[in-house]
Write a protein that binds this ligand. Sequence first.
Ligand code: ARG
Length: 569
Amino acid sequence: MINFKEVIAEQIAKMINWQKEEILQLIEIPKDSNNGDYAFPCFRLAKTLKKAPPAIATEMKEKIEIDPNMITKIEIAGGYLNFFVNKTTQIKELIKEIATQEEFGKSDYGKEKNIIVEYSAPNIAKPFHIGHLRTTGIGQALYNIYQYLGFHVTGINHIGDYGTQFGKMIEGYKRWGKEYSFDQNPIDDMLAIYVRINDLCKKDENVLNACRDNFKKLEDKDPYCLEIWNRFKTLSLKEFQRIYDMLGTKFDSWNGEAFYSDKMPEVIDILEKSGHLKESNGAKIIDLEDQGISTPCMIVKSNGSTTYDTRDLAAILYRARTYDFDKCLYVVAYEQDLHFRQVFGAAKYLGLDEKYLKGLEHVSYGMVRLKSGKMSTREGTLIKLEDLLNESIARVKEIMEEKNPDLENIDEIAKKIGIGAVIFNNLATNRIKDQIFDWDEVLNFQGETGPYIQYTYVRTKSVLEKVGKLPNFDEIEVEKLQDEYSLKIMDMIYHFEDILKQVVEKNEPSILARYLIDLSKAFSTFYNENKIIGDDKSCQDARIYLTYMTGKVLKQGAKLIGMEMPDKM
Ligand code: ARG
């Protein structure tokens, strides 16, 4: 497809002797379409040319040679050159592109780049609650979008299956395992054991020591401890998989913390040799004061056992060697900001290539709060994600039964909408913001929600169904799509790939979520203002095609953020 921005950049490059890439960086998309489709700011040139930016713009305007099939008009506004794209060319191109490409907006932009996205990473033997939705949903969306842009992506579920708490779990199981069936709600049973043993540890130092001992035994591969630990793990993963199936979550690797148990001695050795490992009250730490981090990174505890930090360091080393990553993204809550600053700081002493250190990035996100208040395991206000998804489906079903009682396959549709609503809501706000979960908002079919996007998509489907056959794309009269509302949609569709690039640049899927809302709104306005089906056949065909294009982009965008589209609702 013609890239108008590049066309403009090439012409400017010819005039001012700059690299095209540099110019591309500067070209902006004006907020107000009255200022054209692209704008080039002349301010940076003022210094070298020793002229005022408006004067430079005037001169450039006179000299620039651009094919009128590409750019119809250039205007000067302040120090800007504003370019107006030839809409006929743009729309023709776009129609052809959509008609001939199976997957619109897909590219090889990221080819030869290796991206690791680490997401979800729940702890075994603990409930999968709504707090996990953010990492799981944001991570999966990033995975999908990077991949769509041609990056080579590896999704890793860094399961929390190691650490001293498992020493406690083993102790609890030894004592009370027989009292529980681990049948109906195995995670609840495991949690109950965990709460009990924790209480006992607080009262009795000997029990605590036994727990520590168990973890040491687990690290030393004691068969009995391993067997119990494996049982916890199998039971938990089976539970988690049900949720992943509902959400459409997939991973390429399930290497969790335990995977690194035999890879830590090497890390400790490297750190030791680097001269940065220090003794401190019997423990081994890395001081990070000189990096502006006042809490040191704990590598080996005084009892000799390894830590969460050490496992993360081992993972960095392993991932650099195994995946040769350009970026390694950690989609983890902002509560772990300090942890990642420490780990990334200590990673500087692993002797890795600078490339890997630069590629490490904590993609942090805010908390989810219920409208009714904070979640807490102890007060029983912790909401399991599976329960939340099922409730969403049930609520949607109720709404559908009322609104559209004749709907076939209502269960399947309610599932798509109910789960889609939750997935969308999870991604709709800037990831770093805390979020308040409110059913009235999440399921509002008219609000800025997943169901609203699905509803808009279904509308495009029903228009197409009414006419039956899609007109031939090469017979569309492009002139019929030059009204304000059609142009707005065309313009948005044209920028779909840019939006995806912005998502990966900022690791911010909410940009795509926002786009889908805006596109849905633009279509609703178009739908209300223009008669799609009418007497003028060529006008009808053009509008039908626009409707088809909108539906296609909505569906593709929704798929990338992990939301399925129903055909009816
Ligand atoms: N399992 C951890 C938790 O639930 C999250 C793991 C984050 N990833 C990492 N590489 N440390 O808190």
